[in-house]
Design a protein. Structure first.
Length: 257
């Protein structure tokens, strides 16, 4: 299993879509350092480098990050089918379940990798603002950017770490869904389009009652900035992730590739 995981991570970092996504999520936040109208556009007067991660996550989590995840994870199946490398692998004495499970684990780790590059780029962009104690909030803790008083570097880092982790968790179901579509379609473009279409459809369901909205995956992409009790949305996101993941394993075990 460890060998399969290492192989899948090597494939992931070798994929052009993953390289592009990691590069963009790192470079895009650096633009904030050269954006004089940023504060006016987000309607917040940024005074600390600790506030930049919230800006970067907020800008990218609704569309850009889901798009990158949908495409890269779909490619984990589709590219191997198109290159003819998946069938020979399955002909070897390797358990099919272990093959798809290793892909699933790598797929679920991908949002965390994107968060690492996003936060790293954001903090580099925030160097001119400094990382000392400031009066306000990171945008990821109580009071959001307004805060609840003076905030020290340690507390600010904890808020950024919490927010980035929750953002990655919110994106995990998208990775699992893309892998499921990858197994069903065995085609990168079809799987990526199906994933993004599903997300768009969920967003269109905002016209339905709130009881329906509460169970939609897309209604909880903002969990990274939520305060108070986040137990229910967190459990729902994990249920989505586990459900799509188990469906991927079940479908792959019975799929003729």
């Amino acid at each position: 299993m460890i060998t399969l995981l290492l192989l899948e991570f090597r494939k992931l970092f070798g994929a052009r879509s993953a390289k592009l996504a990691l590069l963009v999520t790192f470079i895009l936040p650096l633009v904030w350092a050269f954006a004089p109208r940023l504060s006016a556009l987000i309607k917040v007067n940024l005074i600390s480098g600790w506030q930049l991660p919230a800006v970067s996550i907020g800008v990218t989590i609704q569309y850009l990050l889901p798009l990158f995840i949908a495409l890269t994870v779909a490619e984990m199946i589709g590219s191997e089918v198109s290159q003819g490398t998946l069938a020979p692998l399955l002909l070897r004495p390797v358990d099919r379940t272990k093959v798809i499970a290793s892909k699933l684990i790598v797929a679920l780790s991908y949002p965390f990798l994107l968060m690492i590059t996003t936060v790293t780029g954001s903090l580099l962009s925030g160097i001119p603002l400094g990382f000392g104690t400031f009066l306000g909030g990171t945008g990821l803790g109580p009071g959001l950017f307004v805060g609840v008083g003076e905030l020290g570097s340690g507390a600010a880092f904890a808020e950024v770490l919490r927010g980035a982790t929750l953002a990655a968790v919110a994106l995990m179901p998208i990775a699992a869904l893309s892998l499921l579509y990858g197994v069903l379609y065995l085609n990168t473009a079809a799987a990526a389009l199906a994933t993004f279409a599903t997300l768009i459809l969920m967003r269109l369901l905002v016209v339905f009652p709130e009881t329906i909205q509460r169970i939609l995956l897309t209604s909880h992409l903002g969990i990274y900035a939520q305060q108070g009790d986040i137990t229910q949305p967190l459990i729902l996101l994990l249920i989505y992730t586990a459900g799509f993941g188990l469906m991927s394993i079940f479908a792959f075990d019975r799929r003729d590739v």
